[in-house]
Each structure stands twice: as C-alpha cells, then as structure tokens.
Design a protein around this ligand. Sequence first.
Ligand code: HPA
Length: 282
Amino acid sequence: METAYASDAYDLAKRAAKAVIHKFGGAHDVLAVLGSGWAHAASVLDATNEISVTEIPGFIKPSAIGHGGTLKSVTVGKSRVLLLTGRTHLYEGHGVNSVVHAVRTAAFSGCKTLVLTNAAGCLREDWGVGATALISDHINLTGFSPLTGADAPAPLHGRFVDLTDAYSARLRAIAKRVDPTLHEGVYMGFHGPHFETPAEIRAARVWGADLVGMSTVMETIAARHMNMEVLALSLATNLAAGISGEKLSGDEVLAIGKASASRVGGLLAEILKQIDLETEKK
Ligand code: HPA
C-alpha cells in the first residue's frame, strides 16, 4: 500500500533488503527485472536459488499476466545477480512506492547496477515486431514520480535528481558489443493499463518516442536517485496503436513474448556476463 511518508517507504525497503541478504546469504551486485518475454533469462542463467516475493517485506505478488512472483539469486562470474521474475506496475493501483520497492530493496542490498526489461509497443515500422532495443532516454507521461513527498532520509539525495544520463552509455556500449543489431530509442512511459489511442501515438511520435510502455520510468528514476547505473531493454511486441490498422491485445503481447523468450533470455544472460567482465576491469 502507498505509504504516507517517504521515510516509511525507505524503511520498508531497508527491512526488505535485510530479509533478502539473510535469505540468500549475502549482498548482491545487480538487480535484473524480467518483464514480459524476458523471464527465460532465469533458466539460461541456471538460477536455482529462489524465494517467493511474498516472503519479503513490502513486496506484492504481481497481478499482470506474464509476470512471476519470485526473486532468484544467481552468480554470473564474480557478480551476484538478483533476478526478479515480475514487476509491480502503476496501473495495479498499489502506489508508486510499491512500483519502485524492488529497486530500493536492491540498492539497500548492495546492488549498484539495475537492468530493466520490458515489452513495448513500437513506433518504428522499420524495426518491426520482435525487435529488441536499448532505451537511450525516456519521456515520463505517467504524471507520477517516485520522489514525490518528503525528502528521502539522509544520507540519500534530496528529491531533485539529475536525469541527464539516466540510461548509462557505458552499459549500452557493453550491450551493443554483445548484439550489434540492437536498436536504440526513446521510451515513453504511460500509466496504462489501457493501450494508447492512435492520436496519443501520433503525439508520442512528434515528441520523439520510439517505444511506448507501462513500466520502467519509475524504476529508473528511483534507481538514479539511489546512484545505481541503469540499463533498460525493450522487446517490441507490437506496432503501437494505429500504425498497422490492427487492434491491440494483451494476448498478442504475451504471444510475441513467448515466441521471443529464448532469444531475448539468451541475450540478457550474455549481457549480464559482459557487464560482470567489464565491472571487473573498472
Ligand atoms: N503500449 C503500451 N504498453 C505495451 C504495448 C503498447 O503498445 N505493448 C506492450 N506493452
């Protein structure tokens, strides 16, 4: 549930972090959030150590179809990676602090890197359905911010967080080396859960969006507030509303996600390996 004071949300995340550290026996380096179509990465990485999110304070089992409710721990090289098999969306109605709770929990569990994945509508016909893209920037059209309310308790930053380089150029370069065919574009985050209208998509195009979706932007803002480096990837599950003339459906999003699972799961697993190797060199 939404908390009245910012410090309550951070306290809850600290308690959750303690539980995660206790359950997995130590801190982690990376949190990867597996959105629709991306969960296969967990099996590629052979994550065997897992808990239900319901065992961790403040977590809510996601209600969105295609989203699991487990937190897995896996070692990739020298990095310890948390894999969250489903996220909470703004449209589920639990409030913005619930949407970013996993990110804050990860930050308090030692994670310095956040890898976000999602399914998105695509404005670029030249990319096509099934394309994978790195998010280079976002437009937050949700009307929300995870930093609303009182300032975060010290020693965390205040609320005026710089988002000039929200999506790490360093991590994008690593991902591009893994797959040079990855596209790169601007993600416009909507509140949902309804899909956009064709007029909204025409407006999104004029504003510079390449992808549209209902997640990611809150998590990125919360992560940057906590000094995490962010990489975000979209799987284009459909052309955005009004582009193809076809109606949109959640089933189509899931079907493309399923069909792409092993490809994008393998891609994500390889990117996590390369991030580990590069972090070693830093
Ligand atoms: N719009 C918003 N979110 C989405 C879409 C879309 O077209 N496809 C997958 N998630």
